[in-house]
Each structure stands twice: as structure tokens, then as C-alpha cells.
Design a protein around this ligand. Structure first.
Ligand SMILES: Cc1cc2nc3c(=O)[nH]c(=O)nc-3n(C[C@H](O)[C@H](O)[C@H](O)COP(=O)(O)O)c2cc1C
Length: 364
């Protein structure tokens, strides 16, 4: 886990990734001091790659009123502060996740429960078909070709703004039932035009968006796509199909696939457990020879090492462990006796004490 990893011209110092996590703390989409301290602390904490939360490409593309955006000059200024801090103060790299909420938009902040529409001031949501995500949620407007072009152009604009900010990498969010994911899953997409039906058709719009973003993103910088590799629902996307989804994005210029699952339907019956989504990453990486990021209930350094060493993923993302411990990577390095791990020079005495304590514990 402490070996570097290269994607195009980007070299990550290690294989640990801070997974994208929405903190629902923005106003008008603008990241603030909380985002700077939150993401900055995790960069200082030793992870090789720090993801932002899903930044939305338009006001209507937000999930909640607390979500961040990337569509105004204020957003550019605020995100640039985060990127500059990470680059100036740590060896970590940073990836902007871009997305659109689609039919799961216009809901309360995550901490108030998921998928609950606002009490007032709801905005209209859109999706591939007139099917609500839950009966209690809004029925989306069926997207026209014009809507698709508009949203594609919003993704491109946000990508251009990400270049201005100096992000090292951009990820297209095609997972968890948000707009692009809802095109991919037949549970949400029942269109009878070129954008529904076969997998090829269901992928058409997400691929159009990705291809347009790729053209706007510098050739030397990598791009990732996050997918839900299964819906965990009979008749939905399966692990087998996800290999072809990954292949399609790689053929369009993606460098790595970030393999999550589910959150596309309330009928899902996921099988939870340690490293529970890693088999999906393993399958994509080994059947299609595609670089992957594994994520999901990975909590121990030994688990990360076993995933990397067994060739089940190239990078491992941890979300909740980074909420309880921003310096997860620094602690893992001390625990494993990896003394070459970078620490902020300001924290050197903490490194020495921790390494001494670990050594002493191992001797008793
Ligand atoms: C508070 C919170 C916010 C999240 N927000 C996002 C997000 O913005 N984009 C995304 O792709 N996943 C999001 N996720 C999912 C995580 O990135 C990750 O896939 C999931 O938590 C499983 O990893 P873990 O078991 O290490 O927590 C979020 C998870 C949490 C806990």
C-alpha cells in the first residue's frame, strides 16, 4: 500500500484514497472553511489521493441545498483554495468528483435522513423515465434530447473549471442512482429510444457526457468513472454486465474504474461484510485487465495490502475510516513499521512517539 502508482502523467505517492464524501455543508454550492479543513486534514493525514465529495454541475444537479457545486466563479475560487493547500502542504493529489443528482435531487441534508424531499422549495427533477426513485419522491421529467445536450454541456463546463482550479484528476459519478447511473440501470431507464433498452443504449448518454469531458480535460491528466457494479436487484445491473460497462468507459478514455455498488433502488438486497464490494473490483480488473479502485468496508491496513498484493484493485478507497481518523495512513504506516512514510514536518515528534510506542507494544 505504500508503493507509488501512476496514471498518465500523475504519480500517486501510495495506494490509499480518501473516498468521496458529501459533508452537506456548502451554501449556494460554495465550499467553505469546513471543506478546506476537512480535505486539508486528510491530505496531511498521508493518503495518496484525496477525493472531493460529489460537486454538482448545476444548481438543480445538487442532491441537497448543502451540496457543493462547480458552476460559478465563486466555486472556482473556493475549490482552488483547497487544491492549493493540498499541493503546497502535502504530497497528496486531489480528484474532483463531478455529478448530477437526477431523480434523487431536491432532498433534505443527508444527516436528516436520505431521500426525503424538502418540506418546501423543491425544484423539478429529471431522469431517463417518469419513474420516481421511491414512491415518496418526485416523479422525474423525462429528459429530451435538448435536456441531454444541456446537461452534457454543464459537465463540460465544470470540467473546464476543474482545470482552472488545478485538480489532478476528475471522476465522473455514474453510480448510486444519480442521473448518469439512472440511465445505466434498467430499473430507472425504461426508454424506448436510442437511450434505453440494451446496455449499449443505456450507456449512450453517460458515454456522450464522458467523451465530451475527456476532450475538455488535459490529455496528461487521468480520469476515473465511479460505477454501481450491481443493483443488488433481480433484473438490474449485474457484476457480469459491469465488466462491459467498465470496458466501455475505458474505451472512451477513462484510466481507472471506481467500483462501488447499489443505491440505485430501494428494493436492493445487498450482501454486506468485510471488503464486501472488492469481488466486483476483482472481476473487472482481472476479466477485463482494467485498473480499478476498490471501496467498501475496508478498515484495516492488512486488508488494503491483501487487496493490492492479490491484484484485486490498484487503489483502495476508505470513506468512513477517514471520518474517524483523518491520519489513517500515517497511523497505518507506523503500525506496519514503514518509517519512510511522509509526515508533515510540523508533526515529526508525533511520528517519533507513535513509532516508539508501536515498537514497545510489539516487544511485550
Ligand atoms: C458521509 C458520506 C458521504 C458520502 N458521499 C459520497 C459522495 O459524495 N460521492 C460518492 O460517490 N460516494 C459517497 N459516499 C460513499 C463513499 O464514498 C463510500 O463508497 C462508502 O461509504 C463505502 O465506503 P466505506 O465502507 O469505507 O465507508 C459517501 C459516504 C459517506 C459515509
Amino acid at each position: 500500500m505504500f508503493t507509488p502508482y501512476r496514471l498518465r502523467e500523475l504519480t500517486l505517492p501510495n495506494r490509499i484514497v480518501v473516498s468521496p464524501m458529501d459533508v452537506y455543508s456548502a451554501t449556494d454550492g460554495v465550499p467553505n472553511d469546513f471543506h478546506l479543513v476537512h480535505l486539508g486534514a486528510r491530505a496531511l493525514g498521508g493518503a495518496g489521493l484525496v477525493f472531493t465529495e460529489m460537486a454538482c454541475v448545476s444548481p438543480e444537479g445538487r442532491i441537497t441545498l448543502g451540496c457543493t457545486g462547480m458552476y460559478t466563479s465563486e466555486h472556482v475560487q473556493a475549490w482552488t483554495r483547497v487544491v492549493d493547500f493540498v499541493h503546497e502542504r502535502s504530497p497528496a493529489k486531489t480528484c474532483l468528483q463531478l455529478g448530477h443528482s437526477g431523480r434523487k435531487g431536491s432532498t433534505k441534508l443527508g444527516l436528516e435522513g436520505t431521500d426525503i424531499p424538502l418540506d418546501e422549495g423543491n425544484w423539478d427533477v429529471m431522469g431517463p423515465s417518469a419513474l420516481p426513485h421511491r414512491p415518496t419522491m418526485q416523479t422525474p421529467r423525462v429528459m429530451s434530447r435538448r435536456d441531454m445536450e444541456l446537461v452534457r454541456d454543464q459537465f463540460v463546463r465544470s470540467t473546464e473549471l476543474a482545470v482552472e482550479c488545478g485538480f489532478d484528476m476528475v471522476e465522473l459519478h455514474c453510480a448510486h442512482g444519480y442521473l448518469l447511473s439512472s440511465f445505466i440501470t434498467p430499473l430507472a431507464n425504461q426508454r424506448d429510444d436510442d437511450y434505453g433498452g440494451s446496455l449499449e443504449n443505456r450507456l449512450r448518454f453517460p458515454l456522450e457526457v464522458f467523451t465530451a469531458m475527456r476532450a475538455a480535460w488535459p490529455a496528461e491528466r487521468p480520469m476515473s468513472v465511479r460505477i454501481s457494479a450491481t443493483d443488488w436487484v433481480e433484473g438490474g445491473v449485474t457484476g457480469e454486465e459491469s465488466v462491459n460497462i467498465a470496458r466501455a468507459f475505458i474505451a472512451a478514455g477513462a484510466d481507472i474504474i471506481h467500483v462501488s455498488t447499489g443505491q440505485t433502488s430501494p428494493d436492493a438486497r445487498p450482501v454486506y461484510g468485510r471488503m464486501w464490494q472488492t469481488p466486483f473490483s476483482d472481476r473487472i480488473r482481472n476479466e477485463a485487465r482494467i485498473p480499478t479502485i476498490a471501496v467498501g468496508n475496508v478498515t484495516e491496513p492488512d486488508q488494503v495490502n491483501s487487496i493490492i498484493a492479490a491484484g484485486r484493485a490498484d487503489l483502495v478507497a476508505l470513506a468512513r475510516p477517514h471520518l474517524s481518523d483523518p491520519a489513517w495512513t500515517l497511523h497505518a504506516a507506523a503500525e506496519l513499521g514503514y518509517a519512510d512514510q511522509w509526515w508533515p514536518w510540523q508533526y515529526r515528534s508525533g511520528k517519533q512517539q507513535l513509532e516508539r510506542l508501536v515498537e514497545r507494544r510489539k516487544q511485550t
